[in-house]
Design a protein around this ligand. Structure first.
Ligand SMILES: Nc1ncnc2c1ncn2[C@@H]1O[C@H](COP(=O)(O)OP(=O)(O)OP(=O)(O)O)[C@@H](O)[C@H]1O
Ligand SMILES: [Mg+2]
Length: 1077
């Protein structure tokens, strides 16, 4: 133990949890609260299964979800004595006050705020408007204590610092320069890790700290071109250094209070680069991931399980938090969570993280005489550095880099010593001049707010909104990147031109006009002409610079401007582009909103601006790529017709070669992050040379999923051949191509079954062999090829639940592809489960788009694409190998078993729960829900089955009675028993054949009707309000409904006629039979 430090017993990290109110989006969607709190125990229930709950116990818990009102000052307080609402003061009274007590004693204190984006970390740490958070309240509290404890021989010194870690780089937010540089993290044996040249601003009052917080936040907004993407991915470390100097005793007590607002925790996952070739290329998650690893290792050590290496060194954040986590600090964590069902996963993961943190043990010490000690240590360190430098020089070694480092460390130590030795009074005097300048600016800004209309920034992080005020003075002002115009408003941002727009303030009216091709969006719509601006109009300049227009003071009515947040801007933009809550069925108030659909909507409006930025970067770096945001599976279903999970994807198109890639959201976010990094180097004037392997804009080409078609399998249950014309629809429900195919029940040798073998009761097949062919004839009107003829297609499908997908051979360069491929499948023994499956499932066929990598000349399609396929029996598909210049899909051959006739065996296997895979509680509960749903469905199916059987029995007996019994020994109806059907002069068999024929006709026409119905369902109204388009849509819709009605009518009539003919025939026969008798 070092001199002057008093060792205390181990102190475990205490953890508090806070639940915030619903945000607007959650309220609009009718979200449910899934969290409850009793004392310090927190219970989270599964959104779809309220009985599945998880309970956690923490040191402190804060219910800030409901039971509050706004008081006169605009502060949220409990709405009555019975309310359990925990306001900012209560949180401060526990956490902040304790930190102050510890600081007073000379302990270092750390508070970490952890939680997903938008969960309330910054609300708790910094606060919003009058709802001040822990940082301002702690500073205020500290100055109050100082004023109450003035002593003649005691001096109090307070320093304030703000650092931001983004992409592993440290930026000092209080640095004097307008564009702060990245700072170096150094390590010294005595002090551990520290930031070189970190600004510690001496402060005398709480107002100064308020001003510094504002200054730091403004720097966060303006320091990057990608302003809106940064904040929730960066970590903010605010430090209050509090020194108590006991002048008479020559004693100093020092405490560093570190308040850390961590990056949104879900960034770990959603911007994770799973599956991306460039996953190593980004350090975006490194700090948060490493923090998790450090916490886990420390928790393990504390529980005495293992002695682990603690990976502090792996990230900048953990280096700077080393003593807070595993050493000299009294550390607390506040884990913030959203109450909404949509955030279930994130909430659980936050609580689990917090639970692990609880176990960490620290050993805080009272820091006495740190200044003297530090000077001694710095001196000793410098002596060592000098001797190392001399040794290297004497040895004549030429290690330039190392020498440079050593000299820099020496200089930094000397700078620190000089700073320490400067008296507090001197430091304050120096800071005073800067304060005066800052106050002048602040007062001027306040005055201008009362005089002029202005634009105020709206950031993705509400904490950073409202910091930039751009005043619109009288006359004409140019808005853009350039400051060279006589009256200019400078906005730096993606896609903002030097002269982007002109804003005119004349006769108390403000107008806005875009310049040239500049992209300017007003209230969601692209602006092309000069328009008057109205109070609270929303502006987006370039890709994503978002501002709210605040009119003249006389136009302001004290409105709540917080309503116009970033999500409001983006929702408005998405709605104008036709993607809104209606498109996802989110606006139906009577229907419970599916949380996963709401999540897609949120993803969409959050990723949309990033896509705009990626397009801008691509353009500026001449990458020739177009990025488009889409929702995967928006209009697609699974083989049962149930909606597929929807997710946001990004379609990337090379504008010259027309090659297409589809990126997952995670991959796009990862790539976008690397693009930003490259772009930053580009605007810094560096030359960028990237090889393919590290180029975020490059990827090898792959087959692209174009659309899906469904062919119902029910006809197989009745041994009815099916001829289909079905459309391939893409994710958005648009037609991509038309497929002509047949589904034909057949004999083992591939002969089609005769009409006589159509079944009335499918259960007669149980235990028998079933053979059928999938005959894919042609694919017509392929849009993928209409767009570019240098492309190809392949069709892939799964049969029943056979693991191996089957695919057709690739066809290139034709809009109407003749495929003519026949595959035969055999089920060796039909089970009841299979019959149920066939009854309710469709064969799902996926259309894949093939493309070529290199386009050398115009004949590429003919001369370069050489398909080296392996054909599997004459009637089967070709399993193609990937050719170097093109990408094709192939089917693995391993799992295929054949019959003697060469047909593929696809015995239906009832899906089973994996027994060896480890399933966590959540998955298990999901599975239980699915299982119970399935069981209900099976019960339902059993009922249907029972009724059908009863009907069958009565139909059979009626048939038997009708045919009377001229031959009582006649064999029962069986499809395998051909003689019975075919025996001449057997009237019964002939009625049954007639009946089967009628059934087949009915079935086939009903199938067409079903396709019409599906088409009707997919026929969506157009996105725009254009009356002509709407009229066209309506006419079309009316026509489809009429056709649908006509077809249905026709089907029913045909069946009625056919059946009445059979009945008449039968009656005639009976009559005739009885006459002859
Ligand atoms: N306890 C609370 N009471 C009232 N409103 C809250 C509370 N917590 C959060 N909010 C509101 O929720 C929104 C998001 O909160 P906040 O900015 O603190 O999230 P965050 O966790 O810091 O997100 P990010 O990771 O993006 O920085 C804000 O509008 C804030 O006012
Ligand atoms: Mg925040």
């Amino acid at each position: 133990m070092k001199e002057g430090q008093k060792m205390l017993s181990a102190d475990s990290v205490q953890v508090a949890v806070r639940v915030r109110p619903f945000n607007q989006m959650e309220k609009d969607a009718g979200s449910c609260c899934i969290i409850s709190m009793v004392l310090n125990s927190i219970t989270v229930c599964h959104p779809r299964n309220r009985n599945n709950t998880k309970t956690f116990l923490f040191d402190l818990s804060y219910w800030s979800h409901n039971g509050f009102i706004k008081n006169k000052e605009g502060i949220l307080i409990p709405d009555g004595p019975a309310s359990k609402y925990a306001d900012q003061k209560r949180v401060f009274d526990d956490l902040g006050q304790e930190m102050l007590n510890n600081a007073w004693k000379g302990y270092n204190a750390t508070l970490l705020a952890y939680g997903q984006t938008g969960s309330g970390k910054s609300y708790s740490m910094i606060g919003y408007g009058p709802d001040r958070g822990i940082i301002p309240l702690t500073c205020d509290g500290l100055f109050k204590i100082i004023h109450q404890n003035q002593e003649p021989d005691k001096q109090y010194q307070i320093y304030f610092s703000m650092l931001e870690i983004y992409n592993e780089k440290v930026v000092d937010l209080l640095a004097k320069s307008k564009q702060p540089r990245d700072l170096k993290v150094r390590e010294s044996p005595q002090r551990g890790f520290y930031v070189e040249n970190q600004m510690l601003v001496p402060c005398e009052s709480y107002e100064q700290i308020q001003q510094l917080l504002k200054e730091g936040n403004t720097k966060r907004i303006t320091r990057s071109t990608s302003v809106n993407a940064v904040s929730s991915r960066s970590h903010l470390i605010t430090t209050i250094r509090f020194k108590q100097v006991f002048l008479k005793d020559h004693l100093t007590k020092q405490s560093d209070i570190n308040l850390v607002d961590l990056a949104g925790s879900e960034r770990q996952k959603s911007s994770g680069s799973e599956g991306d070739r460039l996953r190593e290329g980004t350090a975006i998650n490194l700090s948060l991931t490493t923090l998790g690893n450090v916490i886990s290792a420390l928790a393990e050590i504390a529980m005495g399980r293992r002695m682990l290496h603690v990976p502090y060194r792996n990230s900048t954040l953990t280096k700077l938090l080393q003593s807070a986590l595993g050493g000299n600090s009294k550390t607390r964590m506040i884990a913030t969570v959203s109450p909404a069902d949509i955030c279930y996963e994130e909430t659980l993961s936050t609580l689990r993280y917090a639970e692990r943190t609880k176990n960490i043990q620290n050993k805080a010490v009272i820091n006495e005489n740190p200044t003297e000690r530090l000077i001694l240590e710095l001196r000793a360190e410098n002596a060592k550095l000098r001797s190392t430098i001399t040794k290297i020089r004497n040895a004549g070694l030429r290690v330039e880099e190392e020498m440079k480092e050593l000299r820099q460390s020496l200089a930094e130590n000397e700078r620190q010593m000089a700073e320490i030795q400067t008296s507090w009074e001197e430091q304050l005097e120096k800071a005073q001049q800067e304060w005066e300048q800052k106050y002048k600016t602040l007062t001027q800004e306040r005055r201008m707010i009362q005089m002029f209309p202005y634009l105020v920034n709206v950031n993705v992080d509400p904490q950073l909104s409202g910091f930039v005020h751009l005043f619109i003075q009288d006359g004409e002002t140019v808005i853009g990147q350039s400051a060279r115009f006589p009256q200019a408003i400078v906005i730096k941002g993606f896609g903002v031109a030097d002269k982007h727009a002109i804003i005119t303030n004349l006769d108390n009216k403000v107008t806005l006009e875009p310049c040239g091709q500049a992209k300017l969006i007003l209230n969601g719509a692209l602006l092309l002409t000069k328009v008057p601006l109205k109070h609270l109009d929303r502006l987006i300049l370039g890709s994503n610079s978002t501002y709210l227009y605040v009119g003249f003071p006389c136009e302001r009515n004290g409105e709540d401007m917080s309503k116009y947040d970033y999500d409001f801007f983006q929702s408005e933009l998405a709605a104008v582009e036709g993607f809104d809550r209606d498109a996802l069925g989110l606006s139906n108030r009577n229907k419970k909103v599916d949380p996963s659909v709401l999540a897609v909507f949120l993803d969409y409006i959050r990723v949309k601006p990033l896509v705009a930025e990626a397009n801008q970067i691509s353009e500026e770096l001449s990458k020739d790529l177009k990025f488009e945001l889409e929702v995967k599976n928006l209009a697609l279903t699974d083989s049962r017709g149930h909606d597929l999970v929807k997710e946001v994807i990004v379609k990337v198109t090379n504008k010259t070669t027309h090659q297409v890639w589809v990126w997952s959201k995670a991959k796009f976010v990862n790539r976008k992050f690397i693009m930003e990094d490259i772009y930053q180097h580009f605007i810094d004037g560096e030359t960028i040379s990237l090889d393919r392997e590290s180029d975020p804009f490059w990827d090898p080409i792959d087959a692209v999923h174009l659309g899906t078609a469904y062919v119902w399998l029910q006809s197989l249950n009745y041994c009815i051949p099916l001829e289909e014309h079905v459309e391939f629809h893409n994710s958005q429900g648009e037609e991509e191509a038309v497929l002509q195919m047949n589904l034909v029940p057949c004999t083992p040798t591939g002969q089609p079954l005769s009409e006589d073998e159509i079944l009335i009761d499918p259960t007669e097949m149980v235990g028998q062999r079933l053979d059928f062919q999938v005959q894919i004839k042609q694919c017509l009107g392929i849009r993928w090829l209409k767009q570019n003829s240098m492309r190809g297609i392949q069709i892939q499908y799964h049969v029943l639940n056979h693991p191996c997908p089957f695919c057709t051979k690739p066809i290139w360069n034709t809009v109407n592809a003749r495929i003519d491929q026949v595959m035969q499948f055999t089920v060796k023994s039909v089970s009841e489960e299979l019959l149920n499956y066939l009854q309710y499932h469709a064969l799902v066929l996926d259309l894949w788009g093939l493309q070529v990598t290199v386009l050398c000349d115009q004949h590429v399609g003919q001369c370069q694409i050489k398909i080296t396929g392996l054909y599997f029996g004459l009637r089967f598909i070709g399993f193609t190998c990937c050719e170097e210049d093109c990408t094709e899909i192939s089917s693995p051959l391993d799992d295929i078993e054949l019959t003697d006739e060469g047909s593929i065996i696809i015995d239906y296997v009832r899906p089973q729960l994996p027994s060896t895979v480890e399933i966590d509680d959540d998955q298990l509960s999901e599975l239980y829900i699915k299982l119970s749903k399935l069981e209900q469905e099976i019960e339902l199916l059993r009922d249907v089955n029972r009724t059908l059987r009863k009907d069958n029995v009565s139909i059979k007996s009626a048939l038997r009675k009708m045919s009377d019994a001229p031959r009582s020994d006649e064999k029962s109806f069986h499809r395998k028993n051909a003689e019975a059907f075919g025996s001449k002069g057997t009237p019964k068999a002939s009625y049954e054949v007639d009946f089967a024929k009628a059934l087949k006709t009915f079935y086939q026409s009903m199938n067409r009707v079903r396709n019409q119905l599906l088409g009707l369902r997919r026929h969506r109204p157009p996105g725009d309000d254009d009356v002509e388009t709407l009229r066209l849509y309506l006419d079309n819709q009316t026509r489809i409904i009429r056709d649908f009605g006509d077809s249905l009518e026709l089907c029913m009539n045909t069946l009625k006629n056919d059946v009445s003919l059979i009945v008449k025939k039968k009656k005639g026969h009976n009559l005739w039979g009885s006459v002859t008798e």
